[in-house]
Ligand binder design. Structure first.
Ligand code: C5P
Length: 250
């Protein structure tokens, strides 16, 4: 199997004692270390998680992209986001593989298609379907079972990896999160009204926080980092220091 192509068949034993192996994503002869980063949109989670993984030499898993892929497919096939049965079937049929740090959908890189406003909205709707969540969490565990990994999402520390060695929950003031999102869209040439962005963000936060399955909340043992007044590099430094300290004291 291509070393950069990560798809595990091994069962995940959550009780396994894990030790860090910095600088290597492979853990063929060594238990893995899992670092989880959760939090709402606009806290810089993805950027921070990707950079942290690079610093540690770990694999990186963007779990939001998995929900986005189901949203993309459902839009393409005209499936109603309220049709849980059809969404479950769609999820079971969609093959996902981590290739060079990006998840491919049925062998295709769809990064360019899953970041639109429409997919963003539908992703937060399909993420409310319990059967979709349980299948995607199963796949996340499978991927992590053979890797030292940084997993980023909403439920990584609470549901997917309750025994992860190091858990972080990033927060930031809502206005700052919307401002960051506006700047990100502007950099792509999209002008979006700030108040509209803030309203949509609040609606998505609420859906994530009140849903019955895996609501967005920090794990009890998560380190909470308010990123409002920090740069990305500063946040990465804080997280990296914490991971290395944990690893040294394990
Ligand atoms: O992080 P991102 O914005 O790409 O996630 C897209 C959507 O997927 C979120 O709005 C959230 O509803 C959902 N999500 C989730 N659990 C995760 C990751 C993402 O519910 N672990």
């Amino acid at each position: 199997m291509n070393a950069d192509r990560i798809r595990s068949r091994a069962p995940t034993d959550e009780s396994t004692l894990r030790r860090p192996l910095f600088g290597s994503t492979s853990r063929s002869n060594c238990p893995e270390m899992i670092v989880t980063i959760d939090g709402p949109a606009g806290t810089g989670k993805s950027t921070v998680a990707r950079l942290l993984a690079k610093q540690l030499g770990f694999a990186f898993l963007d779990t939001g992209s998995m929900y986005r892929m189901i949203a993309l497919r459902s839009l393409m096939q005209g499936i109603d986001p309220g049709n849980a049965e059809a969404l479950e079937q769609l999820t079971l049929k969609s093959r996902m593989e981590l290739v060079n740090g990006v998840i491919e959908l049925d062998g295709e890189n769809v990064e360019g298609l899953i970041r639109t406003a429409e997919v963003t909205k539908v992703a937060s709707l399909v993420a409310q379907v319990p059967a979709v969540r349980s299948e995607l969490v199963r796949r996340q565990r499978e991927i992590a079972s053979t890797n030292n990994i940084v997993c980023e999402g909403r439920d990584q520390g609470t549901v997917a990896f309750p025994h992860a060695e190091c858990k972080f929950f990033l927060t930031a003031a809502p206005e700052e999160r919307a401002r960051r999102r506006q700047a990100e869209l502007l950099a792509k040439g999209e002008h979006v009204d700030f108040e509209k962005l803030l309203q949509e963000q609040t609606a998505r936060d609420q859906r994530d926080e009140v849903r019955s399955v895996a609501p967005l909340r920090p794990a009890e043992d998560a380190v909470i980092v308010d990123t409002t007044s920090y740069t990305v590099d500063e946040v990465v430094r804080i997280l990296e220091r914490t991971v290395r300290e944990r690893a040294a004291s394990a």
